[in-house]
Design a protein around this ligand. Structure first.
Ligand SMILES: NC(=O)c1ccc[n+]([C@@H]2O[C@H](COP(=O)([O-])OP(=O)(O)OC[C@H]3O[C@@H](n4cnc5c(N)ncnc54)[C@H](O)[C@@H]3O)[C@@H](O)[C@H]2O)c1
Length: 314
C-alpha cells in the first residue's frame, strides 16, 4: 500500500537521501523545507516541495489536513556553535518547531514519527565508550539539549495520543550532498579542499575521534524505523536507537585517507584546539541491530571514496 510521507528537511543533506529511498519504495512523498540551508535542486523529482518553516502555521496545517501516515523529521537548526551563540533561536526551530509539527501530526492522525536525533551531542563527555542508549545524558550544547528535549516531547505525545515515535541518534554522518560551508561535516570540508588542492586544517592534535557513518547506511536505518514493529517503549531511551558504526576514526586518519584517495599532494596543517569539542566518540549499535534489524554496512574507506567521487562529479 502506498504510504503518504512528509519529510521535513528533505532539501538538505540527509533528508534528500531519505526522500530518494521512500520514493524508490513506492511512497508518496512531500518535502517540507524552508531552504535555509537545503537546496531546491536536491529535492528529488517525484517529491512535492512545500517551502515553509517548521514553526509556521502552514507547516502545522499541512500535517493536520494532509492525510499523512508517516512524518520523518530532519529539518533543524543543526549548527552546534550557533546553538551556543543563540540558544533561543536553536530552541525555537528545534523544540518549538517540533512541537508545532507534533500538534499537526496529532490532529491529522499521523501514525508514526521518525526523528533525527544526535548521538554525538545528547550524551556528553563523561560516559564510557561505546555509548549505549541508556548512558547518562549531559549535553554540552543547547543543540544537544534541544534534541534530548525533542525526544521527551515525542515520548509524551506517544503516551498522550498513541503516536508511534522513534528517535535515531546519529553519530557523524557523511556522504554525497553534504554541505562543506557549515562548520559541521569535517569530511565534506576536507574532501572539497583536497579536490581544490588546498591545505587541510586539523584542529588540535587530530587524535580526537568520531564515529563516522555513511549516509546510505543512515537511510537504511530510516527505512527500517519507518516500518518495523516497535517494542513497547521503556522510558525515552526505549524509543531511541544509536545509528553509527561503533568504530572510532581519528580526524588525522580522515585527513590522511582523503588525501590518499584524492591522489594529490595536499598539506595537512594543525591549528589550536577548538574549545568544547568532544575528544572521543563511538556509539554502541547492538540495540539498532536487535530492534531495527539494522547495521552499518559501508566501511569508512569505501564511504570516503564514494563521497570524494560524488564531489568530483559536482
Ligand atoms: N549531519 C550529521 O552528522 C548529523 C548528525 C546528527 C543529527 N543530524 C540531524 O539530521 C538532520 C539533518 O541534518 P543534515 O546534516 O542533513 O543538515 P542540512 O542542513 O543539510 O539539512 C537540514 C534541512 O532542514 C532545513 N531547515 C532548517 N531550518 C528549517 C526550518 N526552520 N523550517 C524548515 N526547514 C528547515 C534546511 O533548509 C535543510 O534542508 C538534522 O535534524 C540534524 O540535526 C545530523
Amino acid at each position: 500500500m502506498t504510504r503518504k510521507v512528509l519529510v521535513t528537511g528533505g532539501a538538505g543533506f540527509i533528508g534528500s537521501h531519505v526522500v530518494d529511498a521512500y520514493l524508490a519504495a513506492g511512497d508518496d512523498v512531500t518535502v517540507l523545507d524552508d531552504l535555509s540551508t537545503g537546496k531546491r535542486e536536491q529535492v528529488p523529482p517525484g517529491a512535492r516541495l512545500v517551502q515553509a518553516d517548521v514553526r509556521s502555521p502552514a507547516a502545522r496545517e499541512l500535517l493536520a489536513t494532509g492525510d499523512f501516515t508517516l512524518l520523518n523529521h530532519h529539518a533543524a537548526q543543526m549548527d552546534v556553535r550557533r546553538s551556543v551563540a543563540d540558544p533561543v533561536f536553536d530552541a525555537e526551530v528545534n523544540v518549538l518547531g517540533l512541537l508545532n509539527l507534533l500538534e499537526g501530526a496529532r490532529l491529522g492522525g499521523v501514525q508514526r514519527v521518525v526523528f533525527a536525533s544526535s548521538g554525538g551531542t545528547v550524551y556528553g563527555e563523561t560516559a564510557r565508550l561505546p555509548l549505549v542508549e541508556s548512558a547518562p545524558k549531559l549535553p554540552a550544547s543547547p543543540y544537544g539539549t534541544a534534541k534530548l528535549a525533542s525526544e521527551y516531547y515525542l515520548a509524551t505525545f506517544s503516551q498522550l495520543y498513541g503516536l508511534e515515535t522513534v528517535a535515531l541518534r546519529y553519530s557523524n554522518v557523511y556522504g554525497p550532498r553534504q554541505n562543506p560551508h557549515g562548520e559541521a561535516g569535517v569530511v565534506a570540508i576536507f574532501a572539497h579542499r583536497v579536490l581544490a588542492g588546498q591545505p587541510l586544517t586539523v584542529f588540535g592534535d587530530g587524535g580526537q575521534t568520531r564515529d563516522m557513518v555513511f549516509v546510505q547506511d543512515v537511510v537504511e536505518a530510516n527505512l527500517a524505523a519507518s516500518h518495523v514493529a516497535l517494542p513497547s517503549a521503556d522510558g525515552v531511551d526505549g524509543r531511541a536507537f544509536n545509528i553509527g558504526t561503533g568504530i572510532e576514526t581519528s580526524v588525522n586518519d580522515l585527513a590522511a585517507t582523503l588525501v590518499t584517495i584524492g591522489g594529490r599532494r595536499v598539506e595537512i596543517r594543525h591549528a589550536a584546539e577548538r574549545p568544547g569539542e568532544l575528544r572521543r566518540n563511538a556509539l554502541a549499535v547492538d540495540k539498532a541491530a536487535q530492534g531495527l534489524g539494522w547495521r552499518a554496512l559501508v566501511p569508512v574507506g569505501d564511504g570516503l571514496r564514494r563521497t570524494l567521487q560524488s564531489f568530483r562529479e559536482g
